[in-house]
Design a protein around this ligand. Structure first.
Ligand code: ATP
Ligand code: MG
Length: 280
């Protein structure tokens, strides 16, 4: 049965960002818990906000995967606000987990990598580029599931690719070809940008700080852009396994055409330690 906004009772704020505010809510009759993202728009809202909203809603309506946060309902309030009712992920984001539990072990990261790759495989095979993969947009629950969330700046690829190069997303996790497509573009189709962000995300969860900056340094746009475009790609510290190092290197190729695709990475030894023999 459809859920109406009036059936929901707000319990607490889970987080807020550029896109809106996310509440933990309870369904009055079933006591089921959900997450409700409220996005404010009114007649003066600029078209950028509206475009973002419609993109996000269209993607959520299309996706049905265990690796992508599920959307149950979309509400439009008379005030112009929109509500997106999602499944509640009770352990928060990977950024929260990093803060509360400290850095991740390699085996935990292999599991995270496999789950996020499965989610990206689902999205990329449907021509959806997330464009904002980072610890804060990966949600976890107590069943140890990891799901991709926040499609605010995602893009559904259609015939024209131009908008991929426009500035969207969190610039810290942006790949070299998004700053400088001429140098790093190759046959740039956009999917590879999500792989770069995944590589940085895994490094951050292992090291405990954003890998392109020294611990504690606040990111500033110019420093980041310089290190992404002119520096060597970041690499893991001494002491990690060859598989982990190699996996991250495959994600962090500066030249987008050399970066591994999702399908290829799903066969990498870091995420499939015991490859099942295909032939007898
Ligand atoms: P930002 O601009 O900071 O990325 P945003 O407005 O784009 O934020 P989201 O990333 O969708 O919004 O959500 C903001 C925060 O709300 C998340 O960081 C997370 O802490 C929380 N949150 C979002 N969705 C859920 C969910 N389904 N279950 C639990 N918590 C959630
Ligand atoms: Mg977000």
């Amino acid at each position: 049965a459809a859920i109406s906004a009036a059936d929901l009772e707000k319990i607490q704020v889970l987080g807020s960002g550029n896109g809106g505010t996310v509440y933990k809510v309870r369904h009055r009759k079933t006591s089921e818990i959900y997450a409700l993202k409220i996005i404010h728009t009114d007649s003066d809202s600029d078209s950028k906000v509206r475009r973002q909203l419609h993109r996000e809603m269209e993607i959520l309506r299309r996706t049905d995967s265990p690796h992508v946060v599920r959307c149950h309902e979309i509400f439009q309030k008379p005030s112009g606000d929109f509500g997106i009712l999602m499944e509640y992920m009770d352990s928060g984001t990977l950024e929260n987990v990093l803060e509360s539990e400290g850095t991740f072990s390699e085996s935990k990261l292999a599991d995270v990598a496999r789950k996020v790759l499965n989610g990206l495989h689902y999205l990329h095979s449907r021509k959806i580029i997330h464009r904002d993969i980072k610890p804060a947009n990966l949600l976890v629950n107590s069943k140890m599931e990891v799901k991709i969330a926040d499609f605010g700046v995602s893009k559904i690829l259609c015939r024209t690719l131009d908008a991929c190069n426009s500035y969207v997303g969190t610039c810290a996790y942006m790949s070299p070809e998004r700053f400088d497509p001429e140098t790093y573009g190759g046959n740039y189709d956009g999917y590879a940008a999500d792989i770069w962000s995944l590589g940085l995300t895994l490094m951050e969860l292992y090291m405990g700080h954003f890998p392109l900056l020294p611990p504690g340094q606040r990111p500033d746009w110019a420093t980041l852009m310089c290190s992404i475009c002119f520096g060597e790609p970041p690499s893991l510290p001494e002491g990690v396994s060859d598989e982990f190092r190699s996996f991250v290197e495959c994600c962090l190729q500066k030249e987008s055409s050399k970066r591994w695709s999702v399908s290829k990475l799903l066969g990498h030894p870091f995420v499939c330690k015991d490859p099942k023999p295909e032939q007898s």
